[in-house]
Design a protein around this ligand. Structure first.
Ligand code: TXA
Ligand code: MG
Length: 335
């Protein structure tokens, strides 16, 4: 394990990347599984290591303007406005690609996803490598995204050239993806920048995530799920939850719930495994804690998990999006 704060470790990681290897590194959203983004063979290894479908394109991570201009056509006005306001940060823009970008990165599309991360280790690594880094989340395909270095090691063991430990990531869910090649711009994945914040800069954005039709190619696959069933509690579903707990007495039930629900359901009950997602009024706490909680309750040997629902405003939109993908609704007849 390399340490993000050590220059010699950073140089070793950059050398591994330049040699075509895979290196996991921290960003402010989740850990990325990085490869030299202009090296087609290195990028192809990402798909192999993750077990990722070939039609699911990668994000290129940059750390300066020159790298951006090298890989994409000049930005349209909405893209420029969002980049000026939110880069570096948890925002990915879909842009018109240049020929320099290998086809394996874009899955053959004429657009490419680009992000300038706001994390000192990610930026230092990109600069030390001297290349944009292609990086999906550093989990095996379908698993919860990694927000700590041990999550990466749990999925990959020693399959990678290395992992840079940068501690816990701050945002905890992936970047917001906006396609600015269409008019109006389209929100392909809600994430670390809220829809409200985007609209304050560029006006109304289309939101295909509100319908069931997946827009970003990756959004159609099973996602973020631990190895046991997860059931989603409706808002104000405490009676249903009580009935569910009674029904499943004797099983190892894990509760990933907001502060208020936990206080009512399992205030001091040591027979239940709990993970506190924070007060419902602060979905950014749920975002930061969600993936770690799924992995920890799974590692603790839960048979089944119950998870809270979130209102789709502010960061609640990104949290609800992830929870909806990894869980099934708990119906009263299940309880
Ligand atoms: O926060 C993040 O975005 C993290 C960190 C590591 O930066 N990365 C991440 O990558 O979440 P990944 O591969 O798990 O998600 C990338 C998403 C996929 O849903 C993919 O389909 C979409 O971006 N995407 C990539 N290129 C695209 C394109 N040209 N058009 C539409 N969607 C694209
Ligand atoms: Mg992912």
């Amino acid at each position: 394990m390399w340490q993000g704060a050590k220059d010699e470790d950073l140089q070793a990681a950059a050398a591994a990347l330049r040699a075509g290897g895979l290196v996991a590194f921290p960003t402010e959203t989740v850990y990325g599984l990085g490869a030299d983004g202009l090296n087609a063979a290195a990028c192809a290894q990402i798909f192999e290591a993750k077990g990722r479908p070939q039609d699911n394109p990668l994000i290129l991570h940059i750390a300066d303007r020159a790298m951006l201009e090298d890989i994409v056509e000049p930005l349209p006005p909405a893209g420029q406005a969002l980049a000026d306001r939110f880069w570096p940060g948890p925002l990915t823009l879909i842009l018109r690609r240049r020929e320099t970008v290998p086809d394996v990165v874009t899955a053959g599309l004429d657009t490419v996803a680009v992000r300038w991360p706001d994390h000192p280790v990610a930026q230092a690594l990109i600069r030390a490598t001297g290349r944009p880094l292609a990086a999906p989340s550093a989990n095996k395909s379908g698993r919860p995204s990694p927000t700590q270095a041990w999550h990466v090691q749990a999925d990959f063991g020693d399959e990678l050239a290395g992992v840079i430990d940068g501690g816990q990531t701050a945002v905890g869910v992936e970047s917001t993806i906006v396609d600015v090649t269409v008019d109006p711009p389209s929100l392909l994945r809600p994430g670390g920048i809220t829809k409200e914040a985007l609209e304050a800069v560029i006006g109304p954005v289309a939101d295909p995530t509100l319908t069931n039709r997946p827009k970003a190619p990756g959004m159609k696959y099973r996602h973020y799920a631990p190895n046991v069933p997860v059931l989603r509690l409706p808002n104000a579903g405490l009676d249903t939850a009580r009935a569910f707990l009674a029904q499943h007495a004797g099983e190892k039930v894990g509760l990933l719930l907001d502060d208020e629900s936990l206080n009512v359901l399992a205030p001091f009950d040591p027979s239940v495994l709990v993970w506190n997602l924070g007060p419902k009024t602060h979905p950014e706490l749920a975002a930061a804690r969600l993936f770690d909680g799924l992995r920890r309750l799974e590692a603790a040997g839960c048979d089944i998990m119950l998870i809270a629902s979130y209102d789709e405003t502010g960061m609640g939109l990104a949290v609800a999006n992830r929870i909806n993908k990894l869980s099934q609704p708990l119906k009263e007849e299940d309880a």
